[in-house]
Design a protein around this ligand. Structure first.
Ligand SMILES: Cc1cc2nc3c(=O)[nH]c(=O)nc-3n(C[C@H](O)[C@H](O)[C@H](O)COP(=O)(O)OP(=O)(O)OC[C@H]3O[C@@H](n4cnc5c(N)ncnc54)[C@H](O)[C@@H]3O)c2cc1C
Length: 468
């Protein structure tokens, strides 16, 4: 499907200065930014309703130095955020790319709030692993569904055209310049739309089994929890046009997806002092390192299953998330007053589970570090009633992609920008390096929002007359 066709002799039905492929966070933000610069914009979305992985996410966006942080007395800065990103990814990402998004995301959130009325607030009651400041921002429901609904509302209110059920199946190019796109409708009919600039905002390749098998073999058979329409089109088009790609094995996994309920269980259950045990009642890792790398670790346990065990205090914190409330409503969160009762409900051997919980109690009491390297210093004890969720590991989205410059222009293998091709969000190479462990919470929406705004702004000023 992801073909590059010649542009010569093609009669485009109409031409738009900026075409955006994909109606997730990156595409909507790019569209708003380009429109503000006075460009005509068309968003092409394959689904009947633009949602993407954005709608499936918790909608939490990390941003340093925002007014919401200042109001909450949280000290932070883009440099500090960039240092956290680089530390989590062991220095793998390009520091310039990291600085670019770390500096851009705070102003982007304030812009979305001031201009389009998105009511962000900062999550100030728990910390995400690897973030040295509380800098996650979200909308009231803390859900990606609310994020995409509000972005879509803003795009519609701005009068920007969004064409749904419009899958882009090919690009028309003249050498390195994109001249238009081929759009295939559900009835098989095809339209050709010309463009002055093209923004690829159609995410990565998490929904493409073959590409996942090639680039992320450890999760080849894992549950894919992202949007199925993300088939790697941006990567395939970019590769075919000679674009540079990087860190294609990078990805966000998650080690706490309720199974079989299929609902994300917030990692606050762990950071606030919960633990994971396998079906034999044994702990098996330092869960506090991060949820992304935990996906493959959970999948290596018997039946690829773990139980996330916490308590009512932690459940109270987790309840701010719509996902968690849904998991509770579906009965996926067990309650037990004693370790024996928890063992009975989870069908874990009572002796093994009691011993594990006693060991955790002791570590917490002593502020000790366990054999996996997890420190329990300052961690409150787990107090009955216990809460537990049966979980598995899943692939959320891929983090590798097309290499872009300061204006989100796609670069070729020599580092030269393609004249009118831009990439944002999961279509572009992220800031997580080549491993799951490099993913710092929020890196996904970080590049969707920050690069989306940069790409839209730059795409709006590509001179149409120089395109043919
Ligand atoms: C369960 C879950 C929880 C997450 N939680 C968070 C979080 O809290 N914070 C965070 O930062 N990140 C989170 N992420 C990651 C985050 O969702 C993504 O990084 C982000 O949404 C990517 O935005 P995007 O706009 O690039 O892609 P998407 O939102 O996936 O949008 C891409 C759009 O492109 C469309 N499309 C694809 N191909 C074509 C085509 N050929 N033609 C037309 N349209 C096309 C798709 O239909 C889709 O609508 C989470 C992910 C998952 C799965």
């Amino acid at each position: 499907m992801s073909r590059i066709l010649p542009a010569d002799g093609v009669a485009f039905e109409f031409t738009v200065p900026v075409v955006v492929i994909g109606g997730g966070a990156a595409g909507m933000v790019a569209a708003l930014a380009a429109h503000e610069r006075g460009a005509g914009v068309l968003v092409l979305e394959r689904d009947a309703l633009p949602q993407g992985s954005t709608a499936l996410s918790a909608g939490l966006i990390p941003a340093p130095g925002t007014r919401w942080q200042r109001d909450a007395g949280i000290e932070d800065s883009p440099d500090r955020f960039a240092a956290d990103i680089l530390a989590k990814a062991k220095g793998e990402p390009d520091p310039t790319a990291v600085a670019r998004v770390a500096q851009a995301v705070g102003p982007a959130l304030e812009w979305l709030a001031d201009r389009y009325g998105l009511p962000f607030s900062v999550v100030d009651n728990f910390s995400y692993p690897g973030h040295s400041a509380r800098r996650m921002h979200g909308l009231p429901s803390r859900s990606g569904a609310e994020l995409i609904d509000r972005l879509r509302g803003a795009v519609e209110a701005a009068g920007i055209d969004v064409l749904c059920e419009a899958q882009v199946t090919a690009l028309h190019a003249d050498g390195a310049r994109v001249c238009g796109v081929e759009v295939t409708r559900p009835d098989g009919s095809v339209e050709r739309v010309g463009c002055g600039a093209l923004v690829l905002a159609c995410n990565g390749y998490g929904g493409n089994r073959a590409l996942v098998g090639r680039h992320v073999p450890e999760l080849a058979d894992a549950l894919y929890f992202g949007h199925p329409g993300n088939q790697g089109d941006a990567l395939l088009w970019g590769e075919a046009m000679g674009a540079a790609t990087r860190h294609l094995s990078g990805h966000q996994g998650h080690g706490s997806v309720a199974h079989p309920a299929g609902i994300l269980v917030t990692w606050a259950t762990i950071t606030e002092g919960g633990v994971q045990v396998n079906t034999e009642g044994q702990r098996f890792s330092n869960e506090a390192q991060g949820y992304s790398e935990q996906a493959a670790i959970v999948l290596r346990q018997p039946d690829g299953i773990a139980w996330t065990v916490f308590d009512e205090r932690i459940a109270g914190i987790a309840r701010q998330f719509e996902d968690f409330r849904q998991a509770e409503a579906m009965g996926a969160v067990l309650t037990a007053d004693t370790p024996a009762e928890l063992a009975r409900q989870t069908k874990i051997g009572a002796e093994a589970l009691a011993a594990t919980l006693a060991e955790v109690d002791l570590l917490k009491a002593e502020g000790g570090t366990d054999r996996f390297g997890r420190s329990f210093a300052g961690s409150a004890p787990l107090v009955p009633p216990y809460r537990a969720v049966r979980v598995t590991g899943a692939l959320f989205h891929t983090q590798g992609g097309l290499v872009v410059d300061d204006e989100a222009r796609v670069l070729d293998a020599q580092g030269t920008p393609l004249p009118n091709l831009f990439a944002a969000g999961g279509a572009a190479c992220g800031v997580s390096g080549s491993r799951a462990s490099g993913y710092l919470s929020g890196n996904g929406l970080l590049t969707a929002v920050a690069l989306g705004r940069i790409a839209g702004t730059a795409a709006a000023v590509v001179k149409e007359e120089s395109n043919r």
